[in-house]
Design a protein around this ligand. Structure first.
Ligand code: HEC
Ligand code: HEC
Ligand code: HEC
Length: 113
């Protein structure tokens, strides 16, 4: 009995560890990102936000950090090989945000595939 309880406890704490682990980030297509991965991990929101302000206020277009380009390389295929949309947990923009409890409104206006 004690042994079974112990096994259960260990199982539960391992389960907890698995939940606390880093999110698994789907592999991108292409050679490299628009900036190095470390910069992207910490600063992608700045890149995108600057762009958003610039685009909307000054009408700047066609720069290297367009959102649809992100999604071309970072598309995550479903079982049929079609890219998943933002409503799917596996979508590239959801993998860390779900974990970090970040909510973004971008895809009310932008397409997510
Ligand atoms: C030409 C293809 C390409 C484009 C365009 C691109 N990426 Fe990347 N991205 C990559 C590659 C390759 C990596 C390296 C990691 C990998 O291989 O999955 C990466 C890494 C990242 C990472 C870090 C992931 C990690 O493993 O920690 C983030 C975040 C990211 N990209 C976001 C973006 C955003 C946001 C955009 C649009 C502004 C974008 N990427 C555009 C190919 C691309
Ligand atoms: C490598 C993990 C990771 C990936 C992949 C990722 N994000 Fe993020 N994102 C974060 C984290 C962590 C934060 C919160 C940073 C903070 O609070 O300072 C964040 C914040 C943001 C914010 C700012 C939200 C706010 O309320 O200020 C935007 C915008 C954003 N991400 C856009 C995107 C888009 C668009 C994609 C997909 C192209 C994406 N992110 C993919 C980790 C990621
Ligand atoms: C209310 C609608 C709306 C919302 C919400 C919105 N955008 Fe945009 N965004 C636009 C419009 C309109 C443009 C200009 C389109 C063009 O340049 O053709 C634009 C342009 C952009 C661009 C540059 C061009 C492109 O197509 O990539 C980026 C990057 C961008 N937005 C990122 C974001 C991010 C990141 C978020 C969420 C934090 C966001 N947007 C939320 C309407 C919106």
């Amino acid at each position: 009995m004690v042994r079974i309880l112990l096994a259960l406890l260990i199982g539960m704490s391992l389960g907890g560890l698995a939940l606390a682990a880093e999110p698994v980030i789907p592999k991108a297509k292409g050679e490299r990102c628009v900036e190095d991965s470390r910069t992207m991990r910490t600063s992608h929101m700045e890149l995108l936000k600057h762009q958003r302000d610039l685009t909307l206020r000054a009408g700047v277009r066609g720069t290297k950090h367009a959102l649809k380009d992100c999604l071309t390389c970072h598309a995550v295929p479903d079982a049929q090989g079609q890219p998943v949309g933002i409503e799917d947990q596996r979508h590239f923009c959801n993998v860390c945000h779900g974990y970090a409890a970040v909510r973004i409104d971008c895809f009310e206006c932008h397409v997510s595939k």
